[in-house]
Design a protein around this ligand. Structure first.
Ligand SMILES: NC(=O)C1=CN([C@@H]2O[C@H](COP(=O)(O)OP(=O)(O)OC[C@H]3O[C@@H](n4cnc5c(N)ncnc54)[C@H](OP(=O)(O)O)[C@@H]3O)[C@@H](O)[C@H]2O)C=CC1
Ligand SMILES: O=C(O)C1=N[C@H](C(=O)O)C[C@H](O)C1
Length: 268
């Protein structure tokens, strides 16, 4: 099917001719590592308009006063819930990349959204398309391997460990293992030094490396008798997260309620 823009004489009476209205976007954590990149990406997009930039100590009402329709949050796990609550109260949809969400926090956000049928919130631990695909591949492969461990590797200033992506990947792998009726992993969990075997996320060991020079990387290692499968994703630049963030900003107005992960926005 081909489409063309109607000329003024073909236009229905009362229809305004011209570009569709731009989506007004506010950024929380705007001067942070991710926020800076989001500001750049929004400014470069013809269909989006940056209307507010908020950091710690700034007046959060700025985003509402500026008429933001969508807020993007890359702040800190200890402040993100207050930000989401504020936005929902103000009928502003949210695209949240900040990490630190457990089932209880997700349920709380879903509850806040119940009386707000026009507000959407998407909470995604990773907006990188490759990272999202890695999670899906790990979920698919998990049932074929008795052993799975996850190694996540990040820049030294990361605020949390393990990463939100690694925790979500481990939970998806654990769910796939349970669904397939796999017994607990056969791998020894004893460590002679505390921490040597990593963190236990629903029976999946997660190891966190922090290293100058890295950005965001993850390996999922799976083992069976005589073979291993290694899935690896590397974000070498924070630009890698931007197509996912912009997709979420454009889509969230059409997706009321809570969405966890970007998978459904990608048709996965
Ligand atoms: N989902 C994804 O794809 C990705 C998620 N992340 C996650 O995003 C989060 C941020 O990461 P990163 O950008 O590296 O962190 P930074 O520390 O670089 O940025 C956080 C920013 O948030 C600001 N901030 C702190 N408190 C508030 C507040 N109450 N309101 C508004 N702004 C506030 C900070 O300001 P100040 O410095 O003045 O305190 C800072 O500018 C982390 O949870 C990280 O894991 C990161 C990359 C990708
Ligand atoms: O803090 C980061 O940098 C990142 N945080 C997210 C996470 O914790 O999973 C996403 C990505 O790994 C980068």
């Amino acid at each position: 099917m081909t489409t063309s823009t109607p000329t003024p004489d073909q236009q229905a009476p009362g229809t305004v001719v011209g570009e569709p209205p731009r989506i007004s976007v506010g950024v929380l954590g705007a001067r942070g590592r991710m926020g800076t990149e989001v500001v750049k990406a929004v400014n470069a997009a013809d269909d989006l308009e940056l209307v507010a930039m908020v950091d710690e100590g700034d007046w959060l009402f700025n985003v509402a006063d500026a008429g933001a329709q969508v807020v993007v949050d890359f702040t800190r796990p200890d402040v993100v819930m207050d930000n989401i609550r504020f936005c929902i109260d103000q009928n502003i949809s949210c695209v949240v990349g900040t990490t630190g969400f457990d089932e209880q926090k997700l349920a709380t956000v879903a509850e806040w959204l119940e009386p707000k049928p026009d507000v959407g919130v998407v909470i995604a631990p990773n907006f990188g398309i490759g990272a999202i695909l890695l999670m899906r591949f790990a979920q698919e492969a998990a049932r074929f391997f008795p052993s799975t461990e996850i190694v996540e590797l990040h820049h030294p200033n990361k605020v949390d460990a393990p990463s939100g992506t690694a925790v979500r990947t481990a939970r998806l792998v654990a769910a796939a293992r349970r669904a397939a009726g796999l017994p607990a992993s056969p791998d020894a969990t004893t460590d002679s030094l505390p921490g040597a075997r990593g963190a236990d996320v629903e029976g999946v060991a997660v190891h966190a490396v922090r290293l100058t020079g890295l950005v965001a990387h993850q390996e999922v290692l799976m083992g069976a008798a005589g073979e291993t499968l290694t899935l690896r994703h590397d974000s070498y630049d924070r630009a890698s997260f931007m197509p996912g963030v912009l997709l979420a900003v454009r889509e969230i107005g059409r997706r009321p309620g809570l969405t966890v992960g970007l998978e459904s926005f990608l048709g996965l």
